[in-house]
Design a protein around this ligand. Sequence first.
Ligand SMILES: Nc1nc2c(ncn2[C@@H]2O[C@H](COP(=O)(O)OP(=O)(O)O)[C@@H](O)[C@H]2O)c(=O)[nH]1
Ligand SMILES: [Mg+2]
Length: 228
Amino acid sequence: MKTTLVILTKNEIQGVNAVVSKIPRNAIDEIIAVDGNSTDGTREALRGMGISVVPQTSPGRGEAFRIAVQRSKGDILIFFSPDGNEDPADIPKFKKYFEEGADIVIASRMMKGAHNEEDDSSFPVRKLVNQAFGLIANIFWNRSGRFVTDTINGYRAIRKDVFEELKLDGTGYTIEYQMSIHAMKKSKKIVEFPTHESRRIGPGGSPSMSTGIAFIKCLWREILLSFK
Ligand SMILES: Nc1nc2c(ncn2[C@@H]2O[C@H](COP(=O)(O)OP(=O)(O)O)[C@@H](O)[C@H]2O)c(=O)[nH]1
Ligand SMILES: [Mg+2]
C-alpha cells in the first residue's frame, strides 16, 4: 500500500515556510502539493523544497481533492494543510489503520485525548457548530456503532478507490463533510485517532458565515438525496 501526502495550499507562504520542513518525508512514498492559485510565493517556496506543485484550474478545496486523486500515484491519500493547525508528526500514524482495514482515517480534534484550537476559548463557537453538524450526520447515517467525533476535519486520509466510489462533488470547504456523510451512507469504515490542533500561522482561514451556509446546503442536499 503506497501513500501520497497531498499538501493543500492557497496563499499559505508563512505556514509553508514554518511547517513543510517538519514533514517526516521518509514516512510517505510520494509528496505533492495542489495549489489554488496562490499569489504570495507559496508555489515557488514549495518547488524550492523539492515538492511538485499541481496548479488548480477550477477553484476551491473540493476541486483540490479531486485533482490530487487524478495526479497522485499512491493507493492512500493523506491530506495535509500546512497552515499551523495540523501536526506533521501525525503523518506516519495513518497507514497502519488502512492495513487494519480502514477506508478513511481522520485525525480528530474532538475525541478523548485530542486538543482543539478553540479548547482554550470560553465560547468555542466553531467547535460547537462543528460538533452539531457531526452529531446530525451520525444520527442520520452512521450505522457502524462507532461514533465519528470529527466529521469535518481536513486532516484525514482515504483510500483512492474509496474516494472514487464516494462520488464527491463538493466544491469548497464542504468536501470533508460530504466525504464523511457519503462514507457513512455506504457503510465505509471510518477510524479516528486523537490529534493536537495548534493555532493558525499567518493570515487566512475559512470565512465562518459563508462556510456555515455552505454546510447547511450540503447537509440539506444529503437529507433530500436520502429520501430519493
Ligand atoms: N489547494 C487549495 N487549498 C486551499 C484552498 N482554500 C484553502 N486551502 C488550503 O486549505 C487549508 C485549510 O484552509 P483554511 O482556510 O485554514 O481553513 P480552516 O482551517 O478550515 O479555517 C490551508 O492550507 C489553505 O491554504 C483552495 O481553494 N485550494
Ligand atoms: Mg486551517
